[in-house]
Design a protein around this ligand. Sequence first.
Ligand code: GRF
Length: 215
Amino acid sequence: MKNVVILISGRGSNMEALIRARDAGELPVNIAAVVSNRPDAAGLETAARAGIVAHYIDHKGFPGREAFDAALAECIDGFAPDLVVLAGFMRILSEGFVRRYEGRLLNIHPSLLPAFPGLHTHRKALEEGVRIHGCTVHFVTPALDHGPVIIQAAVPVLDGDDEASLAARVLAEEHRIYPQAVRWFAEGRLRLEGGRVRLDAAQDGDGRLIAPVIR
Ligand code: GRF
């Protein structure tokens, strides 16, 4: 079973969705650890309650990005991860860190990338007046909120939406597509090849190919 380390900075609802999927038998991974860059991240307690090793490394204790990223990588590598999952991890990672985990580093972003990288995506979507918004799971590359797209989900922007209502509609989709992407990786069907996403069809018991099903 593949080892997964999840990085968070706050609430950790995407992390919870992954734990739920694992507990439901829908995600065959070992969640080896949850690591936060903030000591007060609520998700740390949630992880500990679920019996998962939960650590924090306070980025404020480091002189700069490289030093923090080195400490973070050392901690992560102690769990021998096959996959590192950014789940609301609100730190820009150095190029060295990203390269170290190339092809095994995923992120979820609350917009239909390449639209609205960065923060306040729901506000930007409302300001732009788009009618369709959503979320994206992608392999992480050194460019912020950029990188080969694995799966996206779209939601309508409704008259009368505010940031909170739109965020909630998108978040429900995040909780659906992140476990799906991690499951593909866990099944050995998802990989980064020459900068492109490759997703193999699954095989049934008789070796017949089944196209990826997105619920
Ligand atoms: C999510 O919207 C995620 O896409 C973004 O930050 C938020 C984190 O939420 N990167 P949570 O901590 O997973 O609840």
